[in-house]
Design a protein around this ligand. Structure first.
Ligand code: ADP
Ligand code: DP6
Length: 324
C-alpha cells in the first residue's frame, strides 16, 4: 500500500495570516497564491500491517520530534478517513529550503496528503484533498492546484467550506517570480507561532482583517483583467501590511534582515526606472520579486549585484499535484 506524490510550493500574493481554529487550520481571512514551478516536495507513503509505529524521514534523515509529530498527527486524519489502524513509513524530500520562509510546509503537506490518500486507495476529489492538506498546514490546501489559486476561508465550524480553488491555470497568465535568497537557515519563529502571536497580541491585527478581503477582491479583478501592474501593487501592499501587523505583536515578530531591506529598495528604484516590478515577503527574510518574463533577466542581474543576495532562483507558475 504505497504511493508517491510531488507538490509544488506556492507564494501568496494575498497572505493567509491568522487562524480562527488552530486544530482544524481554519483561517481568519481568505488568501490567493501562485503555485511555483521550481520548488517542490516529493513524498512517498507506505502503510504496512507489521509496523508498530509511524516513521518519518525528511531529507534522508529521521525528522526531529516536532516535525515528526506533525506528520504522525496528519496520518491519523488519513487513517480515520480510510478506517484503518495501519502505521506508515513516510519518506520526504524537499527541493526547497526547509522552514526558511520558502513554504516547505505547503509543498510538504500537499505531497503527504496526496501520497497518503493514494496509498490507501481513497477516492478523494481535489476539493476533499485540499480540505485534508489544509489540516497539515493551512497554505498546503493551495498547493493541490497549479497556477493562480484562491483559498476561501469558509464560515463553518467543521471547516468543510474552507478549501482552495483554481482561478487560472499556470498557462493563462505569464509572470516571473524571482526567489531572492538572503538566508537559507531555519527561521527562529515559525509561521504558525508568528501568526498566533500576531492574532493574540497585535493591536494592528484588526486593521488587517478590515482590509484583507478588499485586497483579495482587487487581486482577483487584476487577474481577471490580466492587469499585472495592479496585481503587483496589490500584492506588495498586502505583504507590507502583514509584516506591519507582526511588528505590533508582543514580543514583536521581525523576519526581515538588512538584506531584505536592500532588495526592497532596489525593487523600488527599478520601478522608478520604468520597470513593472514588485515584491512580496513571507514569514522569513527572503524576498519574492514579481516581474514580467521580458524583464526577468534585467531584474535578476540587478538584484544579483547586491552584496546580501546569495542566490536567485527564477520561477514561473507551476502545476498542481502530480504522482510519481
Ligand atoms: P516554511 O517557510 O518552510 O513553510 P514553516 O515554519 O511554515 O516554514 O514550516 C516548516 C515546517 O513544515 C517544518 O518545520 C516541518 O514541520 C514542516 N515540513 C517541512 N517540510 C516538510 C515535508 N516535506 N513533509 C512534512 N512536513 C514538512
Ligand atoms: C506568511 O501555512 O505555513 O506564508 O497553517 O500554521 O502551517 P500553518 O502556517 P503556514 O503559513 C503561511 C503563512 C505565509 C502566508 C501564506 O502562505 O499565505
Amino acid at each position: 500500500m504505497k504511493a508517491a506524490a510531488r507538490a509544488n510550493t506556492n507564494i501568496a500574493l494575498i497572505k493567509y495570516w491568522g487562524k480562527r481554529d488552530e486544530k482544524l487550520f481554519l483561517p481568519m481571512n481568505s488568501s490567493l497564491s501562485i503555485t511555483l514551478d521550481r520548488f517542490y516536495t516529493e513524498t512517498s507513503v507506505e502503510f504496512r500491517e507489521e509496523l508498530k509505529s509511524d516513521v518519518f524521514l525528511l531529507n534522508n534523515k529521521p525528522a526531529g520530534e516536532a516535525e515528526a509529530n506533525k506528520v504522525f498527527r496528519f496520518l491519523d486524519n488519513i487513517r480515520k478517513l480510510a478506517g484503518t489502524k495501519m502505521y506508515a513509513v513516510v519518506i520526504s524530500e524537499n527541493m526547497v529550503p526547509t522552514a526558511a520562509g520558502f513554504a516547505s510546509s505547503a509543498s510538504g503537506f500537499a505531497a503527504l496528503a496526496a501520497a497518503g490518500v493514494k496509498a490507501l486507495n481513497l477516492n478523494l476529489n481535489e476539493k476533499e484533498l485540499s480540505i485534508l492538506a489544509r489540516q497539515g498546514s493551512g497554505s498546503a490546501c493551495r498547493s493541490i492546484y497549479g497556477g493562480y489559486v484562491e483559498w476561501q476561508k469558509g464560515e463553518r465550524g467543521d471547516g468543510m467550506d474552507s478549501y482552495a480553488n483554481q482561478l487560472l491555470t499556470e498557462k493563462d497568465l505569464d509572470i516571473c517570480i524571482l526567489s531572492v535568497l538572503v538566508e537559507s537557515n531555519q527561521k527562529k519563529i515559525s509561521s504558525r507561532e508568528g501568526m498566533k502571536r500576531t492574532v493574540e497580541t497585535s493591536p494592528f491585527y484588526s486593521g488587517w482583517l478590515d482590509t484583507v478581503e478588499k485586497d483579495l477582491e482587487k487581486a482577483k479583478e487584476a487577474i481577471r483583467n490580466r492587469d499585472f501592474q495592479s496585481l503587483g501593487e496589490t500584492a506588495e501592499a498586502n505583504a507590507l501590511k502583514m509584516h506591519a501587523t507582526m511588528l505590533g505583536a508582543k514580543p514583536p515578530v521581525l523576519y526581515w534582515q538588512s538584506g531584505t531591506m536592500e532588495i526592497i529598495h532596489q525593487v523600488q528604484s527599478l520601478r522608478m526606472s520604468g520597470i513593472k516590478v514588485y515584491f512580496t515577503i513571507d514569514a522569513g527574510p527572503n524576498v519574492k520579486v514579481l516581474c514580467l518574463p521580458k524583464d526577468e533577466q534585467k531584474v535578476s542581474d540587478t538584484l544579483m549585484k547586491l552584496p546580501a543576495v546569495k542566490q536567485i532562483i527564477t520561477c514561473h507558475p507551476g502545476s498542481g499535484i502530480t504522482y510519481v
